[in-house]
Design a protein around this ligand. Structure first.
Ligand code: NAG
Length: 269
């Protein structure tokens, strides 16, 4: 009895696996993939691993859109012009295969976070100071008393926010960078998600710049580097001396030649 049950389960699993394989999942991408502001245009592109007859785009708790496909394209694009607050949110796509009624599984979700410039940018400050030594704990404080619900810390040159925090009751957060290294040097800014709008974002606020200086080398290393310095100075002096000697000989040789030319010329006249 037991082997039969195993066979049944195995058989069911194989059928399920092959069906899932027949209609591979699409993937969804957002363009531009961040920094979309209210009123901007954006595109959601559903990448189709197989030829599809219909493609659906769903918004969580919102509208769904569909597109019939005729051409042999490997993606379906959904364009949005003049974005509104309602467009912010989480999206999925799904498709139906042309020759059958089979429907794929939904893609992984994509989140559209819209920047809404109606919200004031947050304030920022940095402690203890902008120039610190390696190993210091640095705190970046961001606040907006009226609107901020979750704060995000951004570093210039990084695409994604580096930290998220929920504020205390005065609407402020403190991001701590523990034991900073020179790699933490850079320009930092904050933004926040307003209360009740997890897919809206305030504009980025003012920046603070952190400069982390390396710790001085240990005394032993300093001795070694002093030794190196002496060697370098001696080498430099030797090079200058050799160069000066070279120049001297060239000038000397030239004056000899000129002297000879003149004496030759004198003979010619
Ligand atoms: C940094 O913070 C950690 C954790 O609070 C603490 O253990 C450490 O002593 C601090 N380091 C400095 C240099 O203040």
């Amino acid at each position: 009895m037991a082997p039969m049950a195993v066979n049944l389960i195995l058989g069911w699993w194989l059928v399920a696996a092959s069906r899932a394989q027949q209609v591979p999942r699409p993937s969804l991408s957002l363009h531009p993939n961040q920094g979309v502001s209210l009123g901007d245009t954006f595109t959601l592109r559903c990448h189709l691993p197989r030829l599809a007859a219909w493609v659906w785009l769903y918004q969580e708790g919102g509208l769904s859109y569909y597109k019939g496909k005729e051409k042999e394209e490997n993606a379906a694009e959904f364009f949005f012009v003049s974005t509104e607050r309602e467009h912010a949110g989480r999206y999925w796509c799904q498709y139906r295969v042309s020759e059958s009624a089979e429907v794929s599984m939904k893609s992984d979700p994509v989140e559209l976070v819209l920047t809404d410039r109606n919200f004031p940018p947050p304030h920022i400050s940095l402690h203890p100071e902008e120039r610190v030594r390696t190993g210091t704990n640095v705190t970046i404080r961001c606040w907006n008393k009226d609107y901020g619900a979750t704060f995000l810390l951004h570093k210039d040159g990084r695409s994604a926010p580096i930290q998220h925090l929920v504020p205390d009751d005065v609407g402020a957060v403190s991001f701590t960078l523990f034991g900073v290294t020179p790699a933490d040097s850079g320009t930092y800014r904050c933004s926040y998600h307003p209360k009740n709008y997890s897919f809206l974002s305030s504009p980025l606020g003012d920046s603070v710049t952190l400069e982390v200086t390396p710790t001085p080398a240990p005394p032993g290393a300093e001795l070694v580097s002093r030794g190196n310095l002496v060697v370098a100075v001696v080498r430099g002096c030797a090079a200058v001396l050799i160069f000066a000697l070279g120049v001297f000989f060239v000038i000397d040789a030239r004056s000899l030649w000129i002297g000879r030319d003149e004496s030759l010329g004198g003979e010619g006249i």
